[in-house]
Design a protein around this ligand. Structure first.
Ligand SMILES: Cc1cc2nc3c(=O)[nH]c(=O)nc-3n(C[C@H](O)[C@H](O)[C@H](O)COP(=O)(O)OP(=O)(O)OC[C@H]3O[C@@H](n4cnc5c(N)ncnc54)[C@H](O)[C@@H]3O)c2cc1C
Length: 495
């Protein structure tokens, strides 16, 4: 028998073994928890498989398990280990990396959909949530008590996914810092133990979880700090299409001086929807949580400097505001994120902006193509807390500008073309920024990366932190369950 034939025989044998294992795993879950185990063909299976920001993640696991509490998670984890079945863990499904949270027929997806408890403490200083909670319902719940949480700006993303991704990063990060929303996380370790990770209990695990993704345990609950903000002036606005110079200048100025007004914040979204218009529109969100009707600190984004042409700023709660949107993209839409950073400098932003849109202009005829190039001015308050975090983010990492590219398109047949054009665009942007000495900067935000950026993400946390994160993984998951049985997402052991 040739070497090639024997490899093929081995591959076929492994496929049979793995499909027998996954069948055994699904059967074990279904026989003890029939009402929480879902198979292809059922409505619930379809809902869970497709609960995601992008159809690239509809991978069709052999079955889906939706636990109703920590004991169910413990049972499932024991089952996965016993049968050596691979699995995915999904919270809000907002991370647009195909296998970050779902898995194909070779495995089982654990969907946290049923873990939707929310309970505020008597002093309203903390809120305990189940691992299936997404931001809009949480904000709406906290509205009732006149407080809120330091969460993401928009999107129906999961709370726990955002914490594990290193955030959340939103409006209030400009006053309170990012990455410090959680006070503690309850999770099931690889050996089935239920632990609480916080500054006091298992502090090494707590440190590694914020920014450490799905490498350490399955989070079942989170205790979040609340923030005493009951309402804010919020604007979903546009400045039209011919304001490139001033818009970019305003972004730069906010990065440089925004820390003087920490109750103000801005997220810029430039958008191109070629089926609607050849022009790029300059849109964004404005936020001011101080008193009164004048958004102090946002002068560079309002008349006379940059007059708003659509939308307005009005006082509302983040619960009301975030629940106004219908977040679901049309079913079946393809999507990715791509992460980029530069110095807080208008020339750098102009290089990134111009190079991006020039390079992707050829995608105008791709069916359903549209894109957003977000510009996020970063102040030292955003990156300064909590000190000593796993991502090595500190005050020295700002002022800066962070960018997120988020293209959408319709058909899998165009995946290769869209990804190739974006890859070429980003090579050019990085080369030009480097040549100008204006970026890219070291920080990588796990929550917003493209799959191809996984290899550079954990190394960007710095050699010392990476070593420590690996040591924490060795301590809490010595058998590498979350590396080998959870293949999706960024793997610390492989960084
Ligand atoms: C439209 C949109 C807007 C966004 N806006 C913002 C924003 O303003 N600010 C910001 O910071 N981010 C933002 N994001 C990014 C988003 O917060 C991150 O991608 C985040 O990781 C999504 O979390 P999720 O739970 O929804 O994702 P999922 O895809 O469900 O999970 C993400 C990762 O976390 C792991 N995971 C999830 N739950 C658990 C668990 N219980 N235990 C262990 N591992 C788990 C998964 O396995 C996966 O690897 C946005 C995303 C979208 C699509």
């Amino acid at each position: 028998m040739s070497l090639q034939a024997s490899f093929m025989g081995l591959a076929a044998l492994l496929t049979v073994v793995s499909s027998a294992a996954v069948n055994d795993g699904c059967n074990a879950l279904a026989s003890s928890h029939p009402d929480k185990t879902f198979f292809p063909g059922s409505e619930r299976y379809k809902f869970e498989n497709e609960f995601s920001w992008t159809s690239t993640t509809y991978l069709g696991p052999s079955c889906i398990f939706a636990p109703q509490g920590a004991e169910d998670v413990q049972f499932a984890l024991q089952t996965f280990r016993e049968h050596q079945v691979q699995f995915g863990i999904r919270c809000g499904g907002a991370m647009p990396i195909d296998n970050a949270a779902n898995i194909g027929p070779e495995g089982i997806m654990m969907a946290m959909t049923n873990l939707t408890s929310m309970a505020i403490s008597d002093d309203t200083e903390t809120v305990t949530i189940g691992a299936g909670i997404t931001w809009p319902p949480l904000y709406a719940y906290l509205d009732e008590f006149g407080v809120t949480a330091n969460g993401i700006r928009s999107g129906n993303g999961g709370v726990v996914g955002a914490i594990l991704g290193g955030g959340p990063f939103g409006f209030m990060a400009y006053e309170y810092g990012m990455s410090n929303a959680a006070r503690s996380l309850e999770c099931v370790l690889a050996d089935g133990t239920l632990v609480t990770a916080s500054a006091k209990e298992h502090p090494d695990l707590f440190w590694a979880l914020v920014g450490g993704g799905n490498n350490y345990c399955i989070v079942t609950k989170a205790v979040l700090n609340t923030i005493p903000i009951s309402s804010a002036l919020i604007g979903t606005v546009s400045w039209g299409s011919n304001v490139t110079d001033q818009y970019i200048k305003s972004v730069e100025q906010f990065a440089l001086h925004g820390a003087e007004h920490p109750k103000a914040s801005f997220e810029g979204q430039t958008r191109w929807v070629p089926s609607r218009s050849p022009d790029i529109s300059f849109d964004g969100y404005l936020w001011y949580s101080g008193e009164g009707d004048v958004p102090i600190g946002l002068e560079n984004f309002t008349a006379p400097i940059l007059p708003i042409t659509r939308g307005n700023i009005s006082r509302t709660t983040i619960g009301q505001w975030s629940n106004e949107f219908n977040y679901a993209p049309p079913l079946g839409t393809r999507a990715i994120f791509h992460w980029l950073t530069s110095n807080a400098n208008a020339t750098a932003a102009r290089i990134a902006f111009d190079t991006y849109y020039e390079s992707i202009a050829s995608l105008a005829d791709v069916e359903g193509f549209s894109t957003a190039f977000s510009m996020l001015p970063i102040t030292p308050i955003v990156t300064g807390a909590p000190r000593g975090n796993a991502m090595s983010l500190g005050e020295d990492d700002s002022p800066a500008i962070w960018y997120v590219e988020s293209p959408l398109w319709s058909n899998p047949e165009d995946d290769e073309r869209v990804l190739r054009v974006h890859s070429e665009a980003n090579e050019k942007i990085r080369a030009k920024l480097s040549a100008a000495g204006l970026g890219p900067l070291p920080f990588m935000y796990l929550s917003d990366i493209q799959k191809s950026q996984i290899p550079e993400t954990f190394p960007a946390y710095g050699a010392r932190n990476l070593r420590k994160m690996k040591a924490v993984r060795d301590k809490y998951d010595p058998d590498r369950v979350f590396t080998e049985l959870v293949p999706g997402g960024a793997k610390i052991a492989l960084a």
